[in-house]
Design a protein around this ligand. Structure first.
Ligand SMILES: Cc1ncc(COP(=O)(O)O)c(C=O)c1O
Length: 308
């Protein structure tokens, strides 16, 4: 992976190599950090880079930070401005991935959340696909369980909690699958290692509710909106059983990284026809148009980086 050229660090843009922390840093030792993940989409026709829903991403970011008792003097709009400054410095003319991080930077021993000093940093890299088989991935149901709200809240993007995702992902890939779906403590379907999930069951679109230990995904919200507005389909938020996965007509993951990726096989069982299904295919087309700024109806979600 190419490293970024710059980072926004300690209140200003610095060369990436200068954005350094000491090894005793609290967040590095105890996972006391929260992060975000945004995409920038290059629109060649307009010569413009669009960030997708940055204010919504930063609202969730600040909420995640709040769960760890971090207070920042910045609004989501201000964080979006810092990010625009960074992307202009990088001069990207390509799709990119943006990684904001809020972390306890204190170099001390002692696990806690109080009386610590949060810091904010953001960096970005050129980025394409997150998964290889976006039109037909083979996933497994993980033997790991999703973290529970009263262990580490899954609704926030808390760095330490991603060790759970790392177990899920590595075991799936080392067993030859593209990804895994993880169940929560009740045995209901939660999500992927870094993706929300939708199924089509008897013609009805279903997704786990936000109370089933999922990350409250921005793409999940976008997908629900697009299904309703553009395809006239209402999504039912309800608990999903493991065996409903095997009987589903279609399943797809969604998330900033994965975008919208079809799951065509679960644990060696073909889903529906075993090929990219019609709802997922149509939704992918609509989604890619929207995020790149090509659909005027949703243009307000696409924040331009460069001055025109
Ligand atoms: C665990 C988890 N679920 C779901 C998602 C999708 O969230 P979003 O659509 O906000 O990117 C992510 C993405 O980062 C994630 O880490």
């Amino acid at each position: 992976m190419t490293l970024p050229n710059f980072a926004f660090f300690k209140g200003r843009i610095v060369p990436y190599g200068e954005a350094k922390v000491g090894v005793l840093t609290h967040a590095l030792n105890y996972g006391t950090a929260v992060f975000g993940g945004l995409r920038g989409y290059w629109n060649d026709k307009e010569g413009q880079l669009f960030m997708f829903r940055p204010n919504d991403h930063y609202r969730r970011f600040l909420e995640s930070a709040g769960l760890l008792l971090m207070k920042f003097p910045y609004s989501e709009e201000k964080l979006t401005e810092f990010t625009i400054e960074l992307l202009r410095a990088e001069k990207f003319r390509t799709d990119c991935y943006i990684r904001p991080l809020a972390f306890y930077g204190d170099e001390i021993i002692g696990v806690r959340l109080h009386d610590l000093n949060p810091e904010f940093t953001v960096m970005a890299i050129p980025f394409g696909q997150y998964v290889e088989n976006e039109e037909g991935s083979h996933v497994t149901v993980s033997s790991w369980r999703r973290i529970d709200d009263n262990m580490i809240p899954a609704r926030g993007k808390i760095s330490g909690a991603y060790v759970n995702s790392a177990f899920i992902k590595t075991d799936a890939q080392r067993s030859g699958f593209d990804e895994a779906i993880v169940l929560n403590q009740d045995g209901h379907v939660a999500e992927g290692s870094a993706e929300n999930l939708f199924i089509v069951r008897k013609g009805v679109l279903c997704t786990p509710p936000v109370t089933d230990n999922i990350l409250e995904g921005i793409t999940r919200r976008t997908v629900m909106m697009l299904l309703k507005e553009e395809m006239g389909v209402e999504v039912v938020e309800r608990p999903i059983d493991r065996t409903e996965l095997y009987l589903a007509e279609e399943i797809f993951f969604c998330g900033t990284g994965v975008q919208i990726a079809a799951i065509t096989k679960v644990d060696h069982r073909p889903i529906g026809s075993g090929q990219l299904g019609p709802i997922t295919a149509k939704l992918r087309k609509i989604y890619f148009d929207v995020v790149r700024g090509n659909n005027p109806k949703y243009r307000e979600f696409c924040v331009p980086v460069y001055k025109k």
